[in-house]
Design a protein around this ligand. Structure first.
Ligand code: NAD
Length: 505
């Protein structure tokens, strides 16, 4: 088995289960020439969707949340068939999506309400200034394969809430779950404001060329291409990209807690999580205890797809090859694998949990995104060294710091170059939908979530200036005498230098 999807005719493909090689389902690929017409259809339907207002749209989103809850088993079975995930990993996605939906439903009306702005100078107190959030008509969402429910839909929810139509391009490796979710939208009474574009690069490019905003989640290399393509039409982008998240364990940390978090954070979803723990720096006094505790946890892990296993298969042989290369190169350069170290024999693209020690930054396993079930651990002498090494990366997605003193951990957190830091925990910031989730450096531009901003990012701002009274409006129009204009200019200057008045309600 070399691939999880395979084009059979120009229009159809078979999706294979990476754990078993069995057929997960068939997909109808979209011809890129159809994309302009699909986008036009969405554009027409979007007007009515916008006019429903936030409260009207919230009702449809609420019905979709109920549908997701009612169809959870069906979604999870398909997820497992399409990705080779363990049941333990697969069951996380639908609840996360429902949680995001319920937060958005509760907050969207307030987030999208026009904002009153104060007069910047006394003279403008005769105006009411308001900023309105108007949807970008069609949002293109290009998604990866690692979380086919969450990554495809969590941004779609914000965009739909904002009043946009959505053209969703899921990964060509996981198109089936997206089909099911779109069926769910229709069965929830959702209007024709959510459409699918199925395919790979050419289809993505056609999507970028025909939408008003691009929300991309995927690798940093592809993110750069997406931004270049979008720049041709000055289409704004939000990019959620790769990561090489560091964990720092200080000498006063709860070592067992840090080890539990490191093992789960590195192995969850077979390590195929953008915010997975990809490298650990441990202060010398607790290094041996930490490694011992990690090994205790790793020895308990059951690898396999479906029920009763901790994590499942890697998505395909390409992903397996990256993991194999990182481990092989590290071992050749002097690292030791305390567990695992080579791919699992037999069918399916499985790789065992692999704990690496005696690693350093000359090795790809410490600098490149692995996206596999590896845990490289490095001993450091000082906190400063840990911070320097954590920041010695082209990535800056998220990080974690473990210490018995949360103030000290926060001090370390605020020296790290990344979008989020979890103290004495890992990955949890992903559930904090009130705060931005985004990356620095090559980990991205913009952020998903982030309270009202997570919905407003899909909007254009439109300022509307309304007169409180007609007196003074247009005082400097040309039909006035030049003397009157000069008087007006004097008043403007004086007004600009005086304190602005508070906006009356
Ligand atoms: P990828 O970049 O290969 O593909 C992502 C999407 O881009 C797919 O839908 C693919 O069809 C499309 N695509 C491929 N080439 C394209 C091109 N030239 N122009 C436009 N679109 C193109 O990523 P992947 O392998 O599907 O996903 C894994 C990556 O995603 C990892 O790097 C991971 O860290 C990242 N990721 C990031 C986040 C985050 O929130 N920061 C979340 C999940 C995954």
């Amino acid at each position: 088995m070399t691939a999880t999807s395979d084009v059979q005719t120009p229009n159809t493909g078979t999706i294979l289960n990476p754990a078993t090689g069995e057929v997960a389902g068939q997909v109808q690929w979209t011809d890129p020439v159809q994309i302009p017409a699909i986008a036009d259809g969405l554009r027409s339907a979007q007007r009515e969707w916008e006019q429903r207002g936030a409260k009207g749209r919230a009702k449809t989103l609420a019905r979709f949340a109920v549908w997701l809850g009612d169809h959870r088993d069906e979604i999870e079975d398909l997820l497992i068939a399409e990705t080779g995930k363990s049941k333990t990993d697969a069951v996380q996605e639908v609840p996360l999506l429902i949680m995001i939906l319920s937060y958005v439903i509760k907050t969207m009306d307030k987030a999208l309400a026009p904002e009153r702005r104060p007069a910047p100078m006394a003279m403008l107190a005769i105006k009411k200034i308001a900023v309105h959030y108007r949807p970008r008509p069609v949002v293109g969402i290009i998604a990866p394969w690692n979380y086919p429910v969450a990554n495809a839909m969590m941004d779609a929810i914000g965009a739909l809430a904002a009043g946009c139509a959505v053209l969703l391009k899921p990964s060509e490796r996981t198109p089936l779950t997206a089909e099911l979710l779109c069926r769910g939208w229709r069965e929830s009474g959702g209007p024709e404001v959510l459409a699918l574009a199925q395919g790979a690069r050419e289809v993505s490019e056609a999507v970028i060329d025909n939408v008003d905003y691009v929300q991309f989640t995927g690798s940093s290399a592809t993110g750069i291409k997406v931004m270049e393509r979008a720049a041709r039409r000055l289409t704004p982008v939000s990019l959620e990209l790769g990561g090489k998240d560091p964990m720092i364990v200080l000498e006063d940390a709860d070592v067992d807690l840090a080890a539990h978090a490191a093992v789960w954070g590195a192995m969850f979803n077979a390590g195929q999580t953008c915010v997975s723990v990809e490298r650990v720096y441990v202060l010398e006094p607790v290094y041996d205890r930490f490694v011992e505790a990690v090994l205790r946890d790793v020895k308990e892990l059951q690898v396999g797809a479906g029920e009763g296993k901790h994590f499942g298969a890697l998505i395909n042989d390409d992903q397996l090859a990256i993991t194999e290369r990182h481990v092989r190169d590290a071992l050749a350069a002097g690292a030791r694998a305390l567990t695992g170290g080579k791919r699992t024999e037999g069918p399916g693209s499985f790789y065992p949990p692999t704990v690496l020690v005696d690693v350093d930054h000359s090795m790809a396993c410490m600098t490149e995104e692995t996206f596999g079930p590896t845990l490289p651990i490095m001993k450091v002498a000082t906190v400063e060294e840990a911070i320097r090494l954590a920041n010695a990366s082209t990535y800056g997605l998220s990080a974690s710091v473990f210490s018995g003193d949360t103030a000290r951990a926060r001090d370390v957190a605020l020296q790290l170059e990344c979008g989020a830091v979890n103290i004495n925990d890992v990955i949890t910031n992903l559930m904090c939908t009130t705060a931005p989730m985004g990356g620095w450096k090559t980990s991205g531009i913009g952020a998903r979530f982030g309270g009202a901003d997570g919905i407003r990012k899909f909007c254009r701002q439109e300022t509307v200036v309304t007169p409180r009274t007609n007196v003074g409006a247009g005082g400097n129009y040309y039909h006035n005498s030049l003397k009157a204009l000069a008087r007006m200019n004097r008043m403007l200057t004086k007004s600009a230098l005086s304190r602005p008045r508070r906006t009356a309600k």
